[in-house]
Design a protein around this ligand. Structure first.
Ligand code: TXE
Length: 480
């Protein structure tokens, strides 16, 4: 069976323990490769390598660093099809989606931060005729990057690229549930000539390998994307050590549809924001609020289109909904659908596991599910399900929908559908979310700040925010 290796000090190596854990192919529900079960000894080796590489990497000209990162991006583009296939096999998502979202966005992360670092500038403040202050920004040192399973290579590179571009060396851990593309990425880094020790990838489970990264005294900055519960535990470990922390956590995002929306756009995009990647995107709009005059028609049309989505083999190009990432996650999603029933919800379509005949008959497939009849305060509407499950609720006024939208402990993103410009601005200002889309969803400009409010996270990634995160500012004040 294929073995995945750690990438430490420029080489692909076994874990110190020589122990491996199973890696599942979710569409078939079977083990297909093995992952290093790394522990604090592997993390210590990775940190030693990263420390040794720091001086020359951070001292290299930014153009030289950028050129190496661009080469990595070129190799991602060259291997797009193979990486998309690997991502689909590892995660269960449709290969067609990995081809147009995950892998191209991984390559643009590398390119964006390669050129971003070249254009990064630091500030100068002229204090009248008395003084000049300028800001020196130096890379923080060895950065710790920990990423989740839902958009594996995309979110892995989203953290690594700015850290490397800023001049940090990195110890990174992808999710143990989807490690394959990070492994392939380590091979591309070697091929691209990334100097040994600049990036180190340690595979393994969160409480062991992940925790060792968070606890390591020589890693001063941690960038994490994952569940809110894990984020809380990471913060509890890192805060007393005074580490820099960026936490991108869960969401329970409102999708607010006013009666004056562009009907076709709102409907088609809401279908995507509900069910793309099997609903396993922290930015999915899992609570749809529809203004009363169009509520009945919206529900009818939305259910009709949901029924047309093909659930199937992720490798089939017609498939719109692939497999959920793991059996445990499938069970969690199904348990939430049961909860919705108990809470009095009506399941208008979906609600069950799907058995796909043939190679995928043991896979973890769940029908796209639409639920109505629930109050905004019930658990189904408060907790993150992270699957192909949406609820639809009616509303009458802006005040009312803002109250519903803001009623969860999360505040990651929101979508607003209206052709009324003033209302769009008013509602966007009123929603407590870090990212608001008006008449679109998942549109990204990498220069914009990205992150959540409330329990959706701390800090902002994206653009200059990420380059600032991985650097330490020092002010120099010169008296004139
Ligand atoms: O994430 P975890 P999981 C949500 C979603 C999902 C839930 C749990 O609701 O059902 O989180 O998913 C590492 N110290 N999101 O269990 O556990 C872990 O190995 C250091 C939302 O996969 O948070 C992995 O690399 N690291 C999210 C990463 O943290 C630890 C996307 C994320 O794992 C650790 C995914 C520890 N103590 C899930 N424990 C989003 N917002 O995009 C775990 N890890």
């Amino acid at each position: 069976m294929e073995k995945i290796y750690n990438y430490i000090n420029g080489a692909l190596v076994e874990p110190v323990s020589a122990q491996y854990i199973d890696n599942y192919m979710p569409a078939e529900g079977r083990v297909y490769s093995l992952i290093p079960d790394s522990d604090k000894r592997d993390v210590a080796n990775a940190v030693t390598a990263a420390q040794a590489a720091f001086e020359s990497w951070s001292g290299m000209t930014v153009e030289h660093r950028a050129a190496i990162l661009q080469r990595v991006a070129d190799l991602i583009d060259r291997d797009l099809d193979a990486l998309a296939l690997a991502e689909s096999i590892d995660n269960g998502k449709p290969v067609s989606l990995a081809k147009v979202v995950d892998i191209p966005r991984a390559s643009s992360n590398m390119r964006f931060y390669a050129s971003g670092a070249i254009h990064f500038a630091s500030e100068t403040h002229i204090t009248g005729k008395e003084a000049v202050n300028y800001t020196l920004r130096a890379p923080v040192g060895v950065a710790g990057c920990i990423s989740p399973w839902n958009l594996p290579l995309y979110l892995f590179t989203w953290k690594i690229a700015p850290a490397l571009a800023a001049g940090c060396t990195v110890v990174a851990k992808p999710s143990e549930i989807t490690p394959m593309t990070a492994f392939l990425f380590s091979k591309l880094c070697i091929e691209a000539g990334l100097p040994a020790g600049v990036l180190n990838i340690v595979h393994g489970v969160g409480p062991k390998a992940g925790q060792a990264i968070v606890e390591h005294p020589d890693i001063p900055a941690i960038s994490f994307t994952g569940g809110t519960v894990t984020g809380r535990s990471i913060a509890a470990t890192a805060a007393p050590m005074f580490k820099k922390l960026s936490l991108e956590l869960g969401g329970k995002n409102p999708n607010i549809i006013f009666a004056d929306c562009d009907w076709e756009q709102a409907l088609a995009t809401s279908l995507q924001s509900s069910f793309s990647n099997q609903g396993e995107i922290c930015l999915c709009g899992s609570r749809i609020f529809v203004e009363k005059p169009i509520y009945e028609k919206f529900v009818a049309d939305f259910v009709k289109r949901t029924k047309e989505l093909t659930v199937g083999d992720p490798l089939d190009s017609n498939t719109r909904i692939g497999s959920l990432v793991s059996q445990a996650h499938m069970n969690k999603v199904l348990s939430y659908i049961d909860l919705a029933r108990q809470e009095g919800g009506a399941i208008l379509t979906g609600g069950k596991r799907v058995i796909i005949p043939g190679r995928c008959e043991s896979g973890y497939f769940v029908e796209p599910t639409v639920i109505t009849g629930l109050d905004h305060q019930c658990r189904t509407n408060q907790e993150e399900i992270f699957g192909p499950v949406v609820t639809i609720m009616p509303f009458e006024t802006e005040e009312e929908v803002l109250r519903y939208a803001n009623s969860t402990p999360y505040g990651l993103s929101a979508t607003i559908w209206t052709e009324n410009l003033k209302r769009a601005h008013r509602v966007a200002a009123g929603v407590k979310s870090g990212i608001i889309w008006v008449n679109c969803w998942l549109f990204r400009d990498l220069r914009t700040p990205f992150g959540g409010m409330k329990q959706s996270g701390v800090g902002r990634e994206g653009g200059w925010e990420a380059l600032r995160f991985f650097t330490e500012a020092k002010n120099v004040c010169i008296k004139l």
